[in-house]
Every structure is written in structure tokens, then in C-alpha cells.
Design a protein around this ligand. Structure first.
Ligand code: DX5
Ligand code: ZN
Length: 217
């Protein structure tokens, strides 16, 4: 699969979200970080903002839920217009049931792992998912340094996906930039979230193109 670049609006101007979404037209997905100040020590946005954003842009929304009780909330993000919904396995009560519900409602189901959460216990769940997200920083804030120690986990996960012959996308999120994206791609990631590397650039659309080129090189 060609590399996909998903700009994270966490690094955008929240008062101008529609314009900020337009500034990265050509990106594959728009990454929307939902934080509840419980699962992570930060607070961002919720269902009404996602609903409005879905109306304001043609770029599909990739909602990353860093929240408690995703079993209760994730389906509402599908209804709000998200094309992909990621829940954290550390917060989910019934990840298989939840993934099935997200898919049944018509979105791609994705599961995220914090840096300290291993992939091995979840090998049998992989067929239930459309994407797996490996966090390459502790979730909660944009602009943190990429954790190189996550590279072996990315590699092992790619091996598991191949072993089972799955179509699953492998996303990385946190500290992805021009200086780290090639390492992630080399380890087997194919979907790249970038917040500060895109919205911190003088030309965000050009930053998306440059990242994609590096990931595919
Ligand atoms: C962090 C979020 C990320 C964040 C990435 O918890 O999940 O999506 O926006 O930002 P950068 O790319 O700046 O590390
Ligand atoms: Zn994210």
C-alpha cells in the first residue's frame, strides 16, 4: 500500500478548523485527537466538533480517541461522520465487541497501543481490526520527541500482520517528522500521523507531500 499521511489537527488553530482542514487537502485522512482529561492529562474536543468538521471537509476523518469508556463513545464518533475510529485497548472493556460495532456502523475499526502496551497479547484480535495504531510518544500532547524504542514493536507487529496474511494498516503517531518517518516506514508502518511536522511548517500541504515522498523512498 502507498504511504498515507494523516495530519493531526491537534497542532492546528482550533478557532479556524475548517480552514486548517483545507490547508492540507491532498492528505489521506485528517487525524482528530479526542482527549478527555482522564485517559490522558489533556482535553481537546468531542462529538459536536467532529460533526461540524465532517461537514466542513471532504478529507475523511481519522478519530483517535484518547478517552475512558470508548465502548460507550466510539459508536457516536462513527455517527458523527468519522471514517475511521481508533480506541485505546487499555481503556476498552470489550475490544472485540467494540471493533465489530464500529465496523457494523460503517467505519474502519482501529485499536491503539500506548508505548508500554505490548502487541503480543492481542495477536488473535488483529483480524477484527482495519488498523492498528502504535503510539511513538506517550499520548496527550503534540510536539514530543519520537520514541526510537518503539521501532522493534512496529517491526514485530508488521511480522504478525504478514504471518496472518491480513490487510491491516499499521499507523504510527507521535514525533513523526522528516527526520523519523523513514525509520518508521522501514520498520513496517504505512500510515503516518504528523501534527507539528505539518502544521508547524510554513506550507502544510507541501509538508504532507514531502513526508509522503520520504515514507515511500
Ligand atoms: C498525541 C496525539 C498525536 C499528536 C501528534 O497524543 O495522539 O496525534 O497530535 O503530534 P506530533 O506529530 O507533533 O507529535
Ligand atoms: Zn493521535
Amino acid at each position: 500500500m502507498a504511504a498515507q499521511i494523516n495530519p493531526s489537527i491537534l497542532s492546528a488553530d482550533f478557532a479556524r478548523l475548517a480552514d486548517e482542514a483545507k490547508a492540507v487537502e491532498g492528505a489521506d485522512w485528517l487525524h482528530v485527537d479526542v482527549m478527555d482529561n482522564h485517559f490522558v492529562p489533556n482535553l481537546t474536543l468531542g462529538v459536536p466538533v467532529v460533526e461540524s468538521l465532517a461537514r466542513a471537509t471532504d478529507t475523511p476523518l481519522d478519530c483517535h480517541l484518547m478517552i475512558e469508556a470508548p465502548d460507550r463513545w466510539a459508536p457516536q464518533y462513527v455517527e458523527a461522520g468519522a471514517g475511521s475510529v481508533t480506541f485505546h485497548v487499555e481503556a476498552a472493556t470489550a475490544p472485540v465487541r467494540l471493533a465489530r460495532e464500529i465496523r457494523a456502523k460503517g467505519a474502519r475499526a482501529s485499536m491503539a497501543l500506548r508505548p508500554a502496551t505490548p502487541i503480543e497479547p492481542y495477536e488473535d484480535l488483529l483480524p477484527e481490526l482495519d488498523m492498528l495504531l502504535i503510539m511513538t510518544v506517550e499520548p496527550g500532547f503534540g510536539g514530543q520527541a519520537f520514541l526510537d524504542i518503539m521501532l522493534p514493536k512496529i517491526r514485530r507487529t508488521r511480522e504478525l500482520i504478514s504471518k496472518h496474511g491480513l490487510e491491516l494498516w499499521l499507523q504510527v503517531d507521535g514525533g513523526v517528522s522528516a527526520s523519523t518517518i523513514e525509520r518508521c516506514a522501514d520498520a513496517g508502518a504505512d500510515v503516518f500521523v504528523a501534527g507539528s511536522a505539518v502544521y508547524g511548517a510554513s506550507d502544510p500541504a507541501e509538508a504532507v507531500r514531502a513526508l509522503r515522498e520520504l515514507a515511500e523512498s
